[in-house]
Design a protein around this ligand. Sequence first.
Ligand code: 13P
Ligand code: SF4
Length: 311
Amino acid sequence: MSDTPDDFVSAIHKLRKDRNAIILAHYYQEPEIQDIADFIGDSLELSRKAASTDADVIVFCGVHFMAETAKILSPEKIVILPDIEAGCSLADDCPAEEFKAFRADHPEHFVVSYINCTAAVKAQSDLICTSSNAVDLVNQLPTDIPILFAPDQNLGRWVQRQSGRELTLWQGRCIVHETFSEEALLKLKLKYPDGEVIAHPECMENLLDLADFIGSTSKLLSHAQTSNASTFIVLTEPGIMHQMQKMVPNKQFIDVPGLDGCSCNTCPYMRLNTLEKLWKCLDTLEPKIEMDEDIRIKALAPIQRMLEMSK
Ligand code: 13P
Ligand code: SF4
């Protein structure tokens, strides 16, 4: 096979059929990966899809914690990730052993962990949440129990403000959402005075304070479709703009540069996956997600609780 994008696309179509595979993709993937996926979604929707599919193989075009969640939910399936190095700074910021010590310091606390963490951290949690259901889930918890929230401090602060609950926060951060420049955003607001600022809750508080709408990637996408605004200033990874442009081609989407005008608003982990690596992993069924069965069972309970509570 030669290696033009069209060759990879035809080879992927054939292999996906032969293997009875489903290709799941997150909105931060390269446009050509989004275009070939069977399903695109935010973390919650992708988890639901991974739990319900009857495919034999799940190809997860996203990052490691997402593919790991798919394996936790569907252990009998082969789950592959095109680039096994596709991690996440939030998961890296919360090593399981340090988290164990943090928990031991707060023995009375109910532990809510953002899905952007490792299976070993999920296994130590009482409830998993995503950016789309975090506020709703915290609002459902009895008001007399103290809550520990990990690992994203920015999401945690936003949940705290939305729910009015006091949360003890782990100090993790997303290296992508933390790089948006307030100065650049203010300039864009002046340039597009009718533009709506839409933001992911992983952004820092000073940026969220300037937003008109805050939500998960899927919520940002549906807001762009239903809002009366015709211009949007988008405070999240610009991969999402591919779907925004496709869904509402008559509207304008502007991305916000990082500090000092860098293009570090692109997730370096998500972008490790390429069409060629997607083809290769379907061909070889490697790299596979594997995990200790004891951890998987412990991590499954708080994920199932999330799925039950966010029906
Ligand atoms: P969503 O669940 O909103 O898609 O977020 C995932 C993520 O990693 C954002 O950085
Ligand atoms: Fe992790 Fe941030 Fe990349 Fe999302 S954008 S996968 S939170 S590093």
